[in-house]
Design a protein. Structure first.
Ligand code: ZN
Length: 130
């Protein structure tokens, strides 16, 4: 069964914690032990798992990605959002998390983040639970 989340971003770049939304879908699936595969069907967004406690980590990730992929550059893509495409590929568009006792198996400090690189927009997150 494939579930779909709708995620609304409010800025050009934003990390949005979707952990509890995904856990709701795991509960809804009724699957107690298995796999949760998270897929982002967009070319200028992604998904990552990282620290959910200190918001400065997210700020630093944005900062670090900007250092790796500066806005100024000789990009060719006519749409003008090449940095968003590149960041999407760096971060990746899928993650798999184990499910045990009906819950996502994440480390104490880990959360799942939808990564917006070309917002604000309404985006989809696809979740396969089996
Ligand atoms: Zn583009």
């Amino acid at each position: 069964m494939i579930f779909e989340l709708s995620v609304k971003s409010h800025k050009r770049e934003e990390f949005i914690n979707i952990t509890s939304d995904i856990e709701d879908k795991v509960k809804e699936s009724g699957i107690n032990s298995g796999l949760c595969h998270i897929f982002i069907p967009h070319t200028t967004a992604g998904v990552t798992i990282n620290e959910g406690a200190d918001p400065d980590v997210l700020r630093d990730m944005e900062y670090g990605l900007d250092k790796c992929v500066p806005d100024e550059g000789q990009y060719h893509h006519m749409e003008g959002n090449s940095t968003a495409h590149i960041k999407s590929s760096i971060v990746g568009c899928e993650k798999t998390v184990f499910i045990d006792n009906g819950r996502l198996v994440l480390g104490t400090w880990q959360s799942v983040y939808f990564c917006e690189f070309d917002g604000p927009r309404t985006r989809k997150v696809l979740i396969k639970i089996k």
